[in-house]
Design a protein around this ligand. Structure first.
Ligand code: AMP
Length: 355
């Protein structure tokens, strides 16, 4: 049996963005201290952490120092180098473990893993080289979506291919790396579900929610949105299967396509709190950030049920200037990330409201 890590301990978080910030805030509420390791000088999470360490993820002396100051380690974004997680795992528990990070950093590994776990994805082909693209496209049919297997997010590093003339230009998103060609999914909606699992095997799954995007960036999350009870059940079953298959210790966010008639298809996984789970801060019995702390410390998991229908809207770029109006709106719950520089499309905060 894995021991509990009791309040008073220090939680190490790799990454200093808003997810790290909100995790640190939830940790403090339960009486934990936090240490943030991030490469940026002005990381939003630094403002609210007990200890801050500005260092590169590959700086072994800094990692050693970080590990010696903490009792358990998690991360707030999945592109932390796997070697960093493996190095730290020799010194302290890293939850979710490096194996999960390795799967979720690579779109091919991720889809292969889903298939092995019995969770459907769209059809796909691995592309080691440009010369394999035409045959893969003939196999899957057009339109199809070409993606780099690594480092893509919010629609970056991907190209929609509708005709062979676009193959050459489209390959630029892959460059020297490995590509994946995915059959285009004519989805009716996008959904996500967040599941928590503790080292002792307790699982708690949040209700699945509907996500609406604009310019490939999450615009709003709707609870329950257009999802039927059957969708929610199917999504939850998928999330539980994936969490058990990877022996998850922490959170796993599962992004899904809702198709017209077929099953839900898994699009992407993230082993961390997720933007589409921000509604839980005000409208679930336990927020996703508190749930992460409970899971990695092997505490009893919290109740994931929704308290009522609600909507989460991201505040991107200069939408943040609306903050006085939001504060003046009854029922609106404003969350700001303390980012110093406003940039177009940058996630500056979010607002939760009853639906
Ligand atoms: P991703 O970076 O994989 O999350 O993709 C970003 C967005 O592109 C998704 O939220 C979808 O709206 C769209 N997309 C990605 N893959 C596909 C696909 N195979 N078929 C249709 N749309 C897709």
């Amino acid at each position: 049996m894995t021991a509990m890590i009791a309040p008073g301990a220090t939680i190490g978080i790799l990454g200093g963005g808003q997810l790290g910030r909100m995790t640190a805030q939830a940790a403090a509420r339960l009486g934990y201290r936090t240490a943030i390791l991030a490469p940026e000088a002005d990381a939003p999470a630094f403002d609210v952490a007990t200890y801050r360490l500005q260092a590169d993820y590959r700086d072994e002396a800094a990692l050693q120092h970080f590990a010696s100051a903490v009792d358990v380690i998690t991360y707030e974004f999945e592109n932390v180098p796997v070697e960093t997680a493996e190095f730290l795992a020799q010194l302290r528990p890293v939850r979710p473990g490096p194996k999960v990070l390795k799967i979720t950093q690579d779109r091919l590994r991720e889809k292969d893993f889903c298939g092995r776990a019995g969770c459907p994805t769209t059809r796909y082909r691995a592309l080691q080289h440009y010369s394999q693209l035409a045959a893969a496209a003939a196999d899957l049919g057009l339109p199809a979506v070409l993606k780099a297997t690594r480092l893509g997010y919010d629609g970056k590093a991907q190209a929609m291919l509708t005709a062979p003339e676009q193959f050459g230009a489209g390959w630029r998103v892959v460059g020297d790396g490995v590509g994946i060609l995915e059959a285009f999914v004519d989805f009716v909606a996008e959904a996500s579900v967040i599941v928590a699992r503790s080292p002792s095997g307790q699982v708690a799954c949040y209700p699945a929610v509907e996500n609406r995007h604009a310019d490939h960036i999450l615009h709003s999350t709707h609870v329950p949105g257009c999802l039927t009870a059957a969708h929610r059940q199917e999504a939850e079953a998928i999330a539980r299967r994936l969490a058990d298959a990877v022996a998850l210790e922490g959170l796993l966010a599962v992004e899904l396509f809702v198709t017209r008639e077929g099953p839900l298809l898994v699009n992407e996984l993230a082993p961390r709190p997720h933007n589409s789970g921000h509604w839980t801060m005000d409208f679930a019995a336990t927020s996703q950030f508190e749930q992460l702390i409970r899971a990695i410390c092997n505490l009893p998991l919290g109740d994931p049920s929704a308290l009522g229908p609600c909507v989460m809207e991201n505040l991107l770029g200069d939408q943040i200037t609306d903050w006085p109006g939001i504060l003046a709106t009854p029922g609106a719950r404003l969350h700001l990330y303390g980012k110093r520089e406003v940039k177009a499309g940058r996630k500056m905060g979010h607002v939760n409201r009853p639906a």
